[in-house]
Design a protein around this ligand. Sequence first.
Ligand code: F0G
Length: 461
Amino acid sequence: MSDYVFEPFKIKSVERIPILTRDERAARLKAAGYNVFNLASQDVTVDLLTDSGTGAMSQEQWSAVMRGDEAYAGARSFQRLAETVHDVFGFEHFVPTHQGRAAENVLFPLTVKPGDIIPTNQPFDTTQANIEAAGGAAMELVIEEGVDPTSHHPFKGNIDVERLAALLDDVGTERAPLAVITITNNTGGGQPVSLANLRAAKGVLSDRGVPLYLDACRHAENAFFIQEREPGYADKPIRGIVHETLALADGFTLSAKKDGLANIGGLLATRDEALFERVKQRLIRTEGFPTYGGLAGRDLDAMAVGLREALDERYLRYRVGQVRYLAGRLTEGGVPIVEPPGGHAVYVDAARFLPHIARDEFPGQALATSLYLEGGVRCIEIGGVAFGKIDPQSGETHWPGLELVRLAVPRRVYTQSHLDYVADTVIELYGRRDGVRGLRMTYAPEVLRHFTARFEPVRGD
Ligand code: F0G
């Protein structure tokens, strides 16, 4: 049999893709204030805004939906999810939540107090926001290679273990109630963390009595990279690697909208029984009874099946292979991207794509809006709009290190020919990049401005 990695599924139900004319897209973009978050999905041809909750469920998941037990307490759906959480992650104490950030919003107020510091490789935005809301600060300790878009380090999501030890010795462990390592590191490009690194970090933390929590949203993709790249793991099954990874954790949060292959859902698990009691109390106040946690029984069943399906090695080879295929086509076309591609998305380096656009004219936003205009492709800016911070005293903007655009690939949704279309659109635009103009921000909300900011092109129109 040929080694060719094709989509390991047949398509049983389809959704029509909208195709607008360029004039229609130009009008929609203008009405959206040149912010793709304001576009309606009916105006988008290929939607690469996020890989979160946008995946396609399998026939087994849809059948599980029909088995959903909607009892308020002790539903069979919960029992099935508990079996999965035990089998896949090796945890007894967990609660479902409606999504990942809800798990964070239960965990951090119970563990973090004002003035605390939380060591991380790099936190996702909502993780950082929830730590800050509890009065703490997330410290980024990702290895140097992790912030270099040209480095080919195999585990660019690794935490710098020496800096971790130095930080803990410096601030004292009373101010560090837990550490959080994100697998894979979304903020840094969907980059994996090795088991050797997790083990070393765990050693430093447990010597000092600091629990290790994982943000395990993309645990299956991380395990795939470990199997592929970490010495000694080539013959270990994904299921075993996930087990070994989670065995190092004292707890985890997870958004089932990623490797849970579900459209909604999340988990919070811990080995700390005293904390678990407080988790359940807080959950009852904010999410719901501990056996449903803000979800319908059918959602628990969809998650229970999806979390097992994500460990399928053929699926993961196709999944990571798809991202790699898109990255490969872009590199062949000369397009600058973050190397090597991660598990769920290709990150285009907008600063190198549009060097003629100044930082304060938002090259990333200009690239994201141009990809919509040219091909109806929707993606997000991760650069000056999302992470630029205005100093309240001087009024000056502090720009983040990188100016990127993320093409996130939803799971089991688009075929290789859709990705060819995306690659053609990006490469064609790259050929005409000198004609792309910058943007001026006409409305800027104070926080999380990428969601609602508005823009207009710098000249003309
Ligand atoms: N942690 C990571 C690493 C994430 O990527 C996300 C979400 C969350 C936590 C929060 O989970 O959305 O279920 O509340 N990431 C999405 C994205 C939104 O587009 O990358 P959630």
